[in-house]
Design a protein around this ligand. Structure first.
Ligand SMILES: *[C@@H]1O[C@H](CO)[C@@H](O)[C@H](O)[C@H]1NC(C)=O
Length: 363
């Protein structure tokens, strides 16, 4: 008999369903439960299908089970779920209406599966979802409007997938998105308009992708980016005004390991708050005049062929005026080769205020 005699008759009726798999009113077999079924923990217990849990359950942890797919309506009886953990479940696709009924879900963890396809409507009903983790999957594209039910989405983790491009409408409806992590994909292009729906992004991670040009138009609608990572993209130049639309907010910028050869002179126009700037492992000889060092406290410059002429004098003055003296080796001119910028005598002859060159170079 499934229900003990101490249980109320109503509960017994509720749990005596036709399936042998278990009933939503009791702790699923192999799982353990706490707090009157509020937490149902089935971590790595060999489940082959999604167990039924009642609407009393707030947290359902299914990670490390070989589940393969999420059938439509799988959570139809679990309307109270707030947190759903399905990492390492060998999931391959997310069907339309997979999470139907989960109108209270706030946390959804789908990392480290084999998801290659997310069907339109897959996230229908997830109006309260705030944290969505999809990293470590095989997602190649995102259908227009796929996140649109998620009007409260705050953090979206898509690191280590196979995304190739972002098109306009990808993030339609996710107007409150603040953190967007897309490191370790195969992005070559962020099309103009592709980030227009998420203009309040504060953290944007795009490192370890395949962009060979800076996606200036796509970025130009962002207003409040505080942290931007572009390291390990094969970009050779950074154009004028690259960060201008959010330059007052940007505190951290990672441009390391890119093969970067040059900044346009106005690359840092509008950048007034940067504290942490990472430029190591590039092919840079010079820094642009638009870069102001005043706010910087953490600067990495190593492994670049710095040209130790007066164009680097502002850098040297910053080094002299702070206790921060990062590694930066001169590659030229010949008599400075191998010297540290912080020690080189090349800057003694430089004027202290090189800011305003004479007008003759204009026109
Ligand atoms: C400088 O930034 C790097 C990269 O974000 C970080 O790992 C390091 O801890 C920072 N150093 C300091 C002194 O803040």
């Amino acid at each position: 008999m499934r229900c003990g005699s101490w249980l109320l008759l109503g509960t017994c009726l509720l749990v005596s369903g036709p399936t042998a798999q278990g009933s939503p009113g009791q702790c699923p077999s192999l799982c353990h439960c706490h707090g009157d079924l509020q937490h149902v923990i089935c971590d790595g217990v060999g489940l082959k299908k999604i167990p039924r849990v009642s609407d009393a359950t707030r947290l359902l942890n299914l990670q490390r089970n070989d589940l393969g797919s999420i059938p439509t309506g799988a959570f139809g009886e679990s309307k109270g779920l707030v947190s759903l953990h399905m990492q390492h479940c060998q999931l391959r696709e997310i069907n339309s209406q997979a999470f139907k009924g989960l109108k209270k879900l706030v946390y959804l963890y789908l990392s480290d599966n084999k998801i290659s396809s997310i069907k339109p409507g897959a996230f229908d009903d997830l109006t309260e979802l705030t944290y969505l983790h999809l990293d470590g999957n095989q997602i190649t594209e995102l259908t227009k409007g796929i996140f649109s039910p998620m009007v409260n989405l705050f953090i979206l983790q898509l690191n280590d997938n196979r995304l190739r491009e972002l098109r306009p409408g990808t993030f339609a409806g996710a107007k409150d998105l603040r953190w967007l992590h897309m490191s370790g994909n195969e992005l070559t292009t962020l099309h103009p308009g592709s980030l227009d729906d998420v203009e309040n992004l504060a953290v944007l991670h795009l490192d370890r992708n395949k962009m060979s040009t800076y996606p200036g138009v796509a970025m130009s609608k962002l207003r409040v980016v505080e942290e931007l990572t572009l390291g390990r993209n094969p970009m050779r130049t950074i154009p004028d005004n690259a960060f201008q639309s959010f330059g007052r907010y940007m505190e951290k910028l990672h441009l390391d390991n890119m093969g970067l050869e040059k900044f346009s002179d106005g690359a840092f126009t509008g950048v007034t708050a940067v504290k942490s700037l990472h430029l190591e492992n590039n092919k840079l000889r010079a820094l642009p005049r638009s870069l102001e060092f005043g706010t910087i406290t953490n600067l990495t410059l190593s492994n670049n062929p710095w040209g130790c002429t007066c164009q680097l004098a502002p850098l040297r003055r910053w080094m002299d005026s702070t206790r921060n003296r990062p590694d930066a080796t001169c590659a030229s001119p010949p008599h400075q080769k191998g010297k540290q910028v912080r020690d080189s005598a090349a800057f003694g002859i430089c004027k202290t205020k090189p800011k305003k060159p004479r007008k003759s170079t204009r026109h």
